[in-house]
Design a protein around this ligand. Structure first.
Ligand code: RAM
Length: 361
């Protein structure tokens, strides 16, 4: 009875002006233990017990960058499938725009208040989310970032789609081959604050410093905010501003699809090359009609599944997020936690006309 009253008054307080303050005041946790945020990632002070049994009946909240993005629909379905298999509960909350940073913060606070056991978050803006995520961890909630990270002290582990370095460099390599290592190129990214895209772009810029790319010039990084219309318009704008543009890299599933759509209906079709990260189902049409030669991605459902399994392993005490700890991720096999609490899904797949029909996501 007392707990219910306390929770209710806290809920009222939290819907008022300052969620963070309300959460601090309420502590949120008569049922969760405090954790210490120390180490490379925000690993718990306690020791991992690799033989601990996986808990059932947990609730794991998925908070993607954007709920109506097919990429996250696939990813989160993978999370849901794994949680059902593990006897735990899945829920998904999140903003419909990839630039609603304040929205993401309030969803973190809501999940904290609801006392979920763990949350899996793809960060729109790492800086903005940190305070709320730290608050969640203080309330005993395990925090996994997936797809787009925060800084290591704001979560227990990051489930990464592939090595960021590999992704950045291979996208440049894919485009370079298609434009014969010559000409002006541009990048069409997602939100300006997106951790994942910004990390990949840094590696792209570094790759471009190598002598083999001396005849290629990056003229602009444009931002389509993972919005189809804005990405379409940004592509159009790039070609107006740089009529000699030879290629575009779009490291976002929303961006590459919109850019392909624009190019496909324009005089640039097949002439201005486009690569980046897309889903085979979105891009099939543009590969078949000669707009796109090759692009890459990982399986988003596997990423979601690994995020869910990591969350449950953390909440069960099998791992704490420290480098070197290992855990079994069901049929996905064994994973080892790397530096800064990063768990990497594996290598991405390159899709082209030869193999695209073998994939359905
Ligand atoms: C978009 C999102 C997501 C990114 C993929 C490649 O769906 O920006 O964060 O990982 O593209």
């Amino acid at each position: 009875m007392r707990k219910t009253t306390l929770r209710r008054s806290c809920a009222a307080l939290a819907t008022a002006t300052s969620l963070a303050l309300a959460l601090t005041a309420c502590g949120g946790g008569t049922t969760k233990k405090d954790v210490a945020n120390e180490g490379g990632s925000a690993a718990t002070a306690g020791k991992a017990d690799p033989n601990a049994e996986l808990k059932k009946g947990l609730t794991v909240g998925f908070l993607p960058k954007q709920v109506n993005n097919p990429y996250f629909t696939s990813a989160d379905k993978g999370g849901e499938k794994a949680l059902t298999e593990l006897g735990s509960k899945y829920k998904e909350v999140g903003p419909s725009s990839a630039t609603d940073t304040a929205g993401q913060v309030s969803y973190v606070n809501t999940l904290t208040q609801q006392q979920v056991d763990a949350m899996a978050v793809s960060a729109q803006d790492p800086g903005a989310l940190c305070t709320a995520l730290k608050q969640a961890m203080k309330n005993g909630i395990k925090v996994v970032t997936y797809d787009s990270d925060t800084t290591a002290d704001c979560r227990n582990a990051f489930v990464s789609q592939a090595s960021a370095e590999d992704l950045g460099r291979t996208e440049v390599q894919l485009l370079a081959k298609q434009i014969d290592y010559k000409g002006e190129i541009a990048i069409l990214s997602a939100a300006q604050t997106a951790t994942n895209q910004n990390t990949w772009i840094d590696f792209m810029k570094d790759e471009l410093k190598k002598p083999e790319y001396k005849n290629m010039k990056l003229v602009k990084v444009a931002y389509g905010n993972d919005d189809a219309q804005q990405s379409f318009q940004q592509t159009q704008g790039l070609l107006q501003e740089y009529p000699n543009l030879k290629g575009i890299i779009s490291p976002t599933t929303v961006g590459i699809k919109a850019a392909a759509q624009y190019l496909s209906g324009s005089k640039y079709k097949g002439k201005v090359k486009l690569t980046g990260l897309g889903t085979p189902n979105d891009m099939r049409k543009y590969v078949k009609n000669g707009t796109v030669e090759a692009f890459e991605l990982w399986d988003p459902a596997k990423l979601g599944e690994l995020a869910a399994r990591t969350a449950v392993a953390l909440a069960s005490g099998q791992i704490t997020g420290k480098e070197g700890e290992t855990f079994k991720a069901g049929s996905m096999g064994e994973y080892t936690i790397g530096k800064d609490g990063v768990i990497s899904l594996g290598k991405p797949t390159v899709f082209d006309a030869k193999n695209i029909d073998q994939f359905n996501f």
